[in-house]
Design a protein around this ligand. Sequence first.
Ligand SMILES: Nc1nc2c(c(=O)[nH]1)N[C@H]1C(S)=C(S)[C@@H](COP(=O)(O)OP(=O)(O)OC[C@H]3O[C@@H](n4cnc5c(N)ncnc54)[C@H](O)[C@@H]3O)O[C@H]1N2
Ligand code: MOO
Length: 434
Amino acid sequence: MNATSWPEARRVARSAGHPLDPTDVTLPEALGATLAVPLVALSPLPAYDAAAMDGYAVSGPGPWRVTGRVLAGDARPVEPLLPGTAVEIATGALVPAGVDAVLPYERARSRSDRVHGEIETGRHIRRRGDDCPLGEEVLPAGTLVTPTLLGLAASLGHDRLTVHRRPRVGVVVTGAELLSHGLPTPGRVRDAISPMLPGLVDSAGGVITWTTRVTDDKTALVEAMSRPDAEIVVVCGATSVGAADHLRGALEALAAQVRVHGVACRPGHPQLLATLPDGRCVVGLPGNPYAALVAALTLLTPLLGRLAGRAQRRAVTARLVGPVKVLDRDTRLVPVAREGSVVVPVGHDRPGLLWGAAEANALAVVPPGWQGAEVELLALPDADAAAAVAVRPPEPESGPTPPEVAPTGADGPPGGVLRLPARTPLAVATTSEN
Ligand SMILES: Nc1nc2c(c(=O)[nH]1)N[C@H]1C(S)=C(S)[C@@H](COP(=O)(O)OP(=O)(O)OC[C@H]3O[C@@H](n4cnc5c(N)ncnc54)[C@H](O)[C@@H]3O)O[C@H]1N2
Ligand code: MOO
């Protein structure tokens, strides 16, 4: 196997597709997608001269005679103020013409209908367009739509946003030994990859539209991968060279162009990336769950980010402190936790074990022969990100709850394809692609 270097693998993944078509969606639907056009101010901000404090809007030198009251939301036109007069005004209310300043209640002394105080011309008035002029390009295309961006878009007068369509991901889970629930038994293990994929895919800008489990059989794998309704097919397991590992054979049968044929990294060595003749991409994740996570962050999230139209982010780096086994030829991906200004390895990072990664904030990228202190970090979607949540519309059901696959794979339906239930609506993490 001629393994691609880790940085090159990510570059190839990022360039293996193009941003998907723009689509117009409501603000809530846009959360987690990427702006396909710049966010423009449809209104100046503020949209009108507005009071910034509760108090008196005054005209000319004081003392002032109070002639009325303007509250926020008052739509009736207010007469221009004459010098020597004032109106009581609420924060956010439209400031009448002729006003020189707003005098906050705390600074005002009032006697009968007269008000006294010191003013500074222009003080406590937010002038129309002061914060943002009409037509300003506020954020560029390629910006991730976050909860904050939705608030800003609403302030600027948007009801809908033009975003890139989210890339659809189909998942093919291989492995006759896999259980989808209950305790592991001799020869049987729990499928640990499918549960982590929806969050990873969502946080990178995509959406899983179907999940299928296949027995260890090349024809079944070819059939599952031929489903056209996803831009990316993720195959879990079957990447290696064992008697039951049919991914490479299936790709050959499908006349796929393999672009990454193994990556010089540990774990995650056998991961691969291929393009099918119709343009769909296939990402092969090794069966060992931590290796699958590494491969997802190496190949899948950059590809998703590209298809989702996300601008590429600058690498985040940190000083790595603690024992790390550095390899001669391979990049190591090490789960780390932040401790003050540095990151430290958390351990528990064998290829089959997600314990360390589940404790970590990020994976540190330790290049071959590394001697330095700084490392690149790949952020892991975390609870904070998951809390910035949108509930996506339910995805199409992909069939009834499946039976478990028998160890021999012989009890599956004709063609060996078993359906897994579609995932339920998901808490969406909005971290960017790494
Ligand atoms: N002769 C060689 N054998 C192996 C090599 C190699 O280079 N030469 N590479 C090893 C490495 S590294 C990895 S990683 C694995 C990759 O294996 P596959 O992608 O073919 O996956 P499987 O063989 O199906 O499974 C490997 C391992 O992972 C468990 N598994 C599979 N799927 C899941 C899942 N969804 N959830 C939890 N665990 C899963 C499976 O039971 C096996 O234990 O190959 C090595 N071998
Ligand atoms: O490198 Mo494998 O990808 O260790 O588990």
